[in-house]
Design a protein around this ligand. Sequence first.
Ligand code: URA
Length: 266
Amino acid sequence: MAESVPASGPSSGQVSGEDAGDRHEGERLQKVLARVGVGSRRTCEDLIAAGRITVDGQVAVLGRRVDPETALIEVDGAPIGVRPGLVHYLLNKPDGVVTTADDPQGRPTVVGLVPAEPRVFPVGRLDADTEGLLLLTNDGELTHRLTHPSYGVEKEYVAEVRGAPTRAVLRQLREGVELEDGPTAPARAALLDPSVVRLTIHEGRNRQVRRMCEAVGHPVLRLVRTRIGPIADRSLAPGSWRSLTTDEVRALAVVVATEPTAPPVA
Ligand code: URA
């Protein structure tokens, strides 16, 4: 991390307190920084006071408000959400690989497909027979936010199903399906082929897509996750992984930067 503190004053590009505090609507910068895990609010205030935080390329001052959805916020030049020592991998999980660190039955694990050091953990889980995109990271705060239902991060799946779902079936999938653990939240569903459904959900219930399709009479034959929030990659081969780019990590941090919505009242 660069320790140099830029000189203050107009010539350094620093924004005046009046500009920063009054002109910008949104949330207090230190609150946003603290929420994405940069440090306590006090630490974040100190970082701002030291001139180490920029917003859209300009050194920020205390009192600055930002829209976390759109502002490019950087700490020592690194977009928030990307801290030293943190790694974020995107894996294209093949069929038959389990989403755990250790499997008592000795099956191959997702953790075995990425570098052993530093130790990383899967973000959520895919069934052993589900293929597609899975994140692995040592960023505990990001993992918590990406998997906590109240943040509602979208996940997109492509399911090959038995039979040919009708428009009425797609409507059912969209509006909610009654499962044994309660109705599913509204989803997006589209037919890509007569027996291939693209389903976008923002819950993370166990075997949810398989159970939804089964419940509407079209059991899943093959299931592939194709997107996690803003992260997609059509060219990553099954069994391969790559590090997320800083832009991708930032995009993920932005998706989970806003306070969770209150859970719906049952
Ligand atoms: N839904 C499922 O049914 N299985 C998965 O692996 C992921 C989502």
